[in-house]
Design a protein around this ligand. Structure first.
Ligand SMILES: Cc1cc2nc3c(=O)[nH]c(=O)nc-3n(C[C@H](O)[C@H](O)[C@H](O)COP(=O)(O)OP(=O)(O)OC[C@H]3O[C@@H](n4cnc5c(N)ncnc54)[C@H](O)[C@@H]3O)c2cc1C
Length: 531
């Protein structure tokens, strides 16, 4: 690791003004965006807007990233790294004008696919969809292989903040399986974690001495800018299938999800309460989107006849069953052959025996046919949405649900008055916990962030300050409920109370690492609750 006392790679030049610095950055293998619309757009996430930065720095190579970081911090500029910009916890929003947003969109290279030692190294801006497309022809994938937003979300952003979904019921969240990072420190030096940190060694395993890789996973970019990430590889499963069930209440749903989690049989297990299901029953994409999904389902079946048969089944089931009130559970299992898959699905069916009714498996089939479909970032009615979440240990899940249900009931009348609705989704996380995700939906004006990224023709709404204020109040209360239940969080950003009351020894260590990497506190200041 670099030391703060080493000779600076980029000595500060106090005579250099900001305009001259931007010109020097632009002379690297990089773009510098100074247009006011671009600066405003990159300072927004899905939920909020930060202070407009001086410019957006988009390096085209890891060398340019490292040089740009070193040059900018030498002149005292704060840096806010942004991947796909698909988060909603103010995780990369600038807090000052003398800053740069670092856009990693051009760092999409896949540096190594090592089929012998079974690892892949990607640049931080590679999306999960790009990675999957590169690995699929080789019959390979990574054990955690992306979020629903993976058509746009980057490997660097996802692993920096922690992400769930594909593979999560089996292997946990995005940081659990990462092998190594190459991280750019504030002075432009590279810090290399994992087994590849010695000359001529490969990053084929995470375990060799103290686990520095884990320190940088989920750091929200506060501990440096990830340039490259190494992930393990595994063979793609030959057979994939899903089952869906309808439960009468949350207690029965949670009992089934816990039973499935204990066996490790599912790769994904996710569920929705009646309010979320109602949002999707109408759907925003209509026939064209359904047809595209059906086509993908057909292509995913391996043979034309099998594909046709599956398309007919799914089309016949349609979306009608989504209108059935209750808690909908969808579980996906994988195996090396069809017979093993059938046995696994049969076991999952038996574990759902809590008075549940089996439904057509349309949702898991569609999700796996197009895992990285472009998803709207507005609600199906063109309104705003704000997801919150916590991962609770199974022992705390019933108490968490009771407290959250009471909180929502307490606000029911005021929510109705401002057209704010709340629905909750649930995801199994490996064997030990449930990701509980209430989503707030309300009609409101769009941010530039929504304007630029919404291509479908959704209704527009005027500003709704009463609802926006209520959203903030309810979100703050929900975060307290999660904290009281002992829940952990992905996407800590500037929203979740990771630092609050944390063990003093652990905090002192993290602070020391932060100072070592970023002595002036210029890399994503405020993220994780660190200065
Ligand atoms: C429609 C939709 C669907 C979603 N689905 C899921 C889902 O299935 N599962 C889930 O967990 N989340 C989901 N999310 C939330 C979000 O998309 C994911 O967490 C995603 O992984 C974020 O990746 P990103 O590249 O957009 O990161 P960003 O939002 O760009 O950044 C996230 C954090 O990482 C930091 N960062 C980015 N790049 C770097 C870097 N190179 N080095 C250091 N720090 C960096 C940023 O500063 C920030 O703190 C969804 C969001 C939307 C809008």
């Amino acid at each position: 690791m670099s030391t703060a006392s080493s000779a600076p790679l980029f000595p500060p030049n106090h005579a250099l003004g900001d305009a001259a610095l931007l010109a020097r950055l632009a002379a690297l293998d990089a773009e510098v965006l100074t247009d006011s619309d671009d600066r405003a757009f990159y300072a927004q996430d899905i939920a909020d807007a930060g202070v407009t930065p001086l410019a957006v720095f988009r390096p085209h190579s890891v060398a340019a990233l490292a040089a740009g970081v070193g040059m900018a911090t030498a002149q005292g500029l704060a840096l806010f790294p942004r991947g796909g910009g698909m988060s909603y916890t103010a995780a990369y929003l600038p807090d000052r004008a003398r800053s740069l947003v670092i856009d990693t969109a051009a760092l999409t290279g896949i540096t190594a696919i090592n089929e012998t030692d079974m690892f892949v190294t990607v640049e931080c801006g590679c999306t999960w969809a790009m990675l999957d497309a590169a690995l699929a022809p080789l019959g390979l994938r990574t054990p955690f292989w992306g979020p629903f937003s993976g058509w746009n979300a980057t490997v660097g952003g996802s692993i920096s903040q922690g992400t769930a979904t594909f593979g999560t019921a089996r292997v946990g969240t995005s940081g659990d399986t990462v092998l190594a990072f190459d991280v750019v420190a504030a002075d432009g030096r590279m810090v290399r974690t994992g087994a590849g940190g010695q000359p001529g060694h490969q990053p084929f395993t995470r375990q060799y001495g103290p686990d520095l890789t884990g320190v940088f996973a989920n750091d929200c970019g506060a501990l440096g800018i990830k340039a490259r990430i190494t992930l393990p590889l595994e063979p793609r499963p030959a057979a994939v299938g899903g089952v869906s069930f309808l439960f009468g209440d949350f207690a029965a749903l949670a009992a089934a999800m816990r039973a499935i989690a204990r066996t490790g049989l599912a790769s994904e297990a996710f569920a929705m309460d009646p309010a979320v299901t109602r949002q999707f029953a109408g759907g925003s994409g209509g026939f064209a989107q359904d047809f595209a999904a059906l086509r993908a389902i057909g292509l995913a079946q391996g043979s034309a006849l099998a594909g046709l048969w599956r398309m007919v089944q799914v089309a016949r089931a349609g979306r009608a069953f989504l209108g059935r009130e209750g808690f909908h559970l969808h579980a996906v299992a994988e195996a090396d052959d069809a017979a093993t898959l059938r046995r696994r699905l049969a076991r999952i069916r038996r574990l759902c025996d809590f008075g549940a009714v089996e439904l057509p498996s349309t949702v898991p089939t569609m999700v796996r046919a197009i895992p990285f479909a472009p998803l709207p970032i507005l609600s199906p009615t063109g309104g705003r949405m704000l997801p919150l979440h916590g991962i609770a240990p199974w022992s705390a899940v019933a108490g968490l649900d009771a407290a959250m249900t009471a909180l929502i009931a307490r606000h029911a009348d005021v929510c109705t008055a401002v057209q704010l609705t709340i629905g909750t989704s649930f995801f199994g996380v490996a064997r030990s916990g449930l990701l509980y995700e209430p989503v707030l939906y309300w009609p409101d004006a769009r941010l530039l962030s929504h304007e630029r990224r919404t291509t479908t023709d959704l209704p527009r709404h005027p500003a709704n300050p009463a609802a926006a204020a209520l959203v903030k109040k309810i979100a703050a209360e929900m975060i307290e409920v999660f904290h009281a239940a002992g829940a952990t969080h992905l996407q800590i950003g500037r929203v979740y109370p990771w630092a609050r009351g944390r063990d003093a020894g652990a905090m002192a260590l993290i602070a020391a690492i932060k100072v070592e990497i970023d002595p002036q506190g210029l890399i994503n200041p405020g993220a994780l609750g660190l200065p």
